[in-house]
Structures are given as C-alpha cells and as structure tokens.
Write a protein that binds this ligand. Structure first.
Ligand code: SPV
Ligand code: MG
Length: 293
C-alpha cells in the first residue's frame, strides 16, 4: 500500500498524526522507534546538518537522496519538505514524480518565492507568490502524482510574512480549492493566539497541519480540541537534540582529556550495532561468503 494511504488511514483512526523531524536515516530510525506516526524530512534540519542556512541553498537532489536513504531504512511514512517546489509548476511536476518514485508518503509545498527565507528567523524577506500562481503549483502536484494516496500538503506563509489572518484564510481556501489534501498554516508568533484564531475561523473541509515550534505550550491535547487539525509536525527537535547532546559530550571529553567520563551517558557501541542491524545483515550475507572475502 502507498505510504500516503497508510498515513491517511492513521489520521482517520487517531484524529491527529504526529510527525517528528529527521535529517538522516539514523534519526529517522529513532523517530520510528519512539512511536511517531510519520517522519518529517525537514529542509531546515538537512540544511543545518550541512551547516547551512535553510534559505534554498540545498538542491532538490541533496534532499531527495536523503529521503531515499530514509525510505530504505524505515517503514514509517515520510512527508518530504519540498520548500517552494524548486521553481514553477514545471519544476513541481518533476519534483512530485521524483519524490513519489523515491517512496515518500507526500510533500509539503509552501507559497513563498524562490529562494525562500527560513520561516522562524526574525525579520527576513518573506515574499509570497500570487495565490493564483500557487494554485497552479498545487494543481500541478495533484496532476503529477501517480497514486491518489500520495499527499499534497499546501502551506501558506501569509502569517509568517505578516500579511494577516484574512490573507492567510483567503489563501488557504484557494489552495483547498486547488485540490490540496491538507492545509499547513505556519506561524512564528510566540503566543499560540495567532494560530488558534486561524484555526477557529477555518471553515474549510480539509484538515490543518501545525508546527508548534514557536509556541510549544500548544501541546497535542490543546491541538486536538478544535477537531480541525489532522497533523502536527515537530519541525526541528531531532537536530536540536543532537546539537545539545554532541556539544555537551565533546566539551566534557575536551575538558577532561579523555573519554572516561562520558561512557555511561552516551549510547554504547553495541547500541549503534543494533541500530545498524549489523548482526541481521551479517547473517544474511554469511551463506554467500566464500574464501577469505
Ligand atoms: C522545516 O522543518 O524545514 C520547516 C518547518 O519547513 S520550519 O523550519 O519551522 O519552517
Ligand atoms: Mg522547511
């Protein structure tokens, strides 16, 4: 079954599905083991992994390759963050074909101009394309998918760009009319009020998607209350957790002049072997190994 269909099924069952960000197959494995319903192949996380800002610097190929590598290691549905769709409707068609073929469950595409500015940065230029142009891109995505289960999630950055709630609602309705399966509305307001107000006024038929990074007090219990949100994405907690953990361990080793003090607070080598499924893979190859090879 198509992975998008799997995720749609989980959403129906649970009301709300939870996606955690990953930037590598290993982090995706950890997302799966933690019990989330899906993986968010975040552009922000992958950019950070390369030590670059999330401003459209990575290519589609780089992101797609990472999605392929994740798909090969987990069974959980993966929603790919394709930013602005890498260009116009023609680029979107190509991207959808590639991401669907790669095994993604769907994509999120946002209504910014290319190159976009990362959403959570203070200030920055947040220019949006005309709603009609973005409708064309959503329609192109829908037309390009082979399996109707593949999810096309439209994302408006109207609140991020400071254009106000009326514009955000207008755009969201336009993208729903273009055929989007879900509507992601992003906000970087420190208070959940902005998003909660949008959610209250949303009268569309498709579920909403939220990323509560800027307003963490909006937990799942609170998100569920409206009955209008089908997906919550934890956008960058994988890369942030890894930075905190690595920094702390690296500093301790540097300060203490050895690794003796960190042994008990990091994963064991055996644990990494387990995550690599080393034993299993060794057994698979064993009958075929001949001679000294
Ligand atoms: C990402 O994780 O790449 C996102 C979410 O698009 S955010 O960074 O909050 O814009
Ligand atoms: Mg992104």
């Amino acid at each position: 079954m198509n992975q998008g269909t799997v995720l749609r099924g989980r959403m129906k069952e649970r009301g709300l599905v939870r996606l955690m960000a990953a930037h590598s197959p290993l982090s995706a494995i950890l997302v799966q083991e933690a019990g989330f319903e899906g993986v968010w192949a975040s552009g922000f996380e992958l950019s950070a992994l390369y030590g670059l800002p999330d401003n459209g610097l990575l290519t589609m190929t780089q992101h797609l390759e990472m999605v392929r590598a994740m798909v090969a290691r987990i069974s959980l549905p993966i929603i790919a963050d394709i930013d602005t769709g890498f260009g116009n409707a023609s680029n979107v068609i190509h991207a959808i074909e590639e991401y669907e073929r790669a095994g993604a469950a769907g994509v999120v595409m946002e209504d910014k101009t290319f190159p976009k500015t990362t959403s959570l940065a203070g200030g920055g230029r947040h220019d949006l394309v005309e709603a009609a142009e973005f409708q064309g891109k959503v329609e192109a995505a829908i037309a390009a998918r082979k399996d109707p289960g593949f999810m096309v999630i439209a994302r408006t950055e109207a609140l991020i760009a400071g254009l106000g709630e009326a514009e955000a609602l207008k755009r969201a309705k336009a993208y729903e009319a273009a055929g989007a399966d879900l509507m992601f509305v992003h906000s970087k307001a420190k208070d959940p009020g902005e998003i909660e107000s949008f959610v209250r006024r949303w009268d569309g038929a498709i579920p909403l998607v939220l990323v509560p990074t800027a307003f963490p007090e909006m937990n799942e219990q609170r998100i569920r209350q409206s009955g209008k949100v089908g997906m919550v994405i934890y956008g960058n907690h994988g890369i942030r957790a890894s930075v905190t953990a690595m920094r702390s361990v690296f500093r301790q080793v540097a300060e203490e002049g050895g690794i003796h003090g960190v042994q008990d607070r990091i994963a064991s080598v055996d644990e990494i072997f387990r995550l690599q499924r080393m034993e299993e893979r060794g057994k698979i190859a064993e009958p075929f190994l001949r001679g000294g090879g």
